[in-house]
Design a protein around this ligand. Structure first.
Ligand SMILES: C[S@@+](CC[C@H](N)C(=O)[O-])C[C@H]1O[C@@H](n2cnc3c(N)ncnc32)[C@H](O)[C@@H]1O
Length: 208
């Protein structure tokens, strides 16, 4: 048995509606690996239950898996705004939200997050960044003024398949931008931060 199998067997199981989303994503879409899986989903849900956000934001919905993990931690008075640039995913996302008892707490925005974020009139307790790796710094700068003091940003894929250390001279824009983002976060004294080596790296950032 692998360590990952052992961890999953001794953690909460994946809710059935999330197993369905994961399976459908693999059958219907290109790049199904982008979907958060069982372990990452349970970690996200647990972190959100610890943070107890009332206003949350997700950048990069894809098929709605991680949005529903965040929404598990919300009450019916709370809201998760989630932004997805690919309008072809809209029907599938809404279908997936409707298939969960938590979906009604989520507001989907279709469009570019960098254009939509300035229009959101909210102060956020939690932001989950999981969209285009080439724009991580731009997302961070766009959401930071809208994050309350003591609020959290979770940024996914910040170890980028280990390329942050294995590429001597990276020349692809995604690796270069993740490196830039990680350096910027590390040197920013307005925030506390720690990288969890979960799957592809999850950075937890707290605004002081
Ligand atoms: C890694 S996937 C998100 C996975 C999802 N959060 C999950 O865990 O299941 C990244 C998504 O971000 C979307 N995206 C990329 N650039 C974006 C942008 N500028 N604004 C909003 N969404 C964007 C992509 O279309 C893709 O669906």
């Amino acid at each position: 048995m692998s360590l990952e199998d052992y961890i999953l067997q001794h953690s909460d199981s994946e809710p059935a509606y999330l197993t369905k989303i994961s399976r459908d994503t693999h059958v219907k879409l290109l790049n199904p690996r982008m979907v958060s899986g069982h372990l990452q989903g349970r970690v996200l849900s647990m972190l959100c239950k610890m943070i107890q956000p009332h206003k949350a934001l997700e950048i990069g919905t894809f098929t709605g898996y991680s949005a529903l993990c965040i929404a598990e931690a919300l009450t019916d008075e709370d809201v998760l705004h989630t932004i997805e640039i690919d309008d072809e995913l809209e029907d599938l996302i809404l279908e997936n939200f409707a298939g969960s008892e938590h979906g009604h707490r989520i507001k989907l925005h279709i469009g570019n997050a960098l254009e939509i974020i300035p229009t959101l009139n909210e102060v956020f307790d939690l932001v989950f960044i999981d969209a285009d790796k080439r724009e991580y710094t731009a997302y961070f700068e766009a959401v930071f003024p809208k994050l309350r003091n003591g609020g959290f940003i979770l940024a996914d894929n910040t170890l980028w398949n280990g390329k942050v250390v294995t590429e001597a001279k990276p020349n692809d824009r995604q690796t270069m931008e993740i490196l830039r983002f990680n350096d910027l976060i590390a040197s920013d004294d307005r925030i506390e931060k720690v990288i969890l080596p979960l799957r592809d790296g999850l950075t937890i950032i707290r605004k002081k």
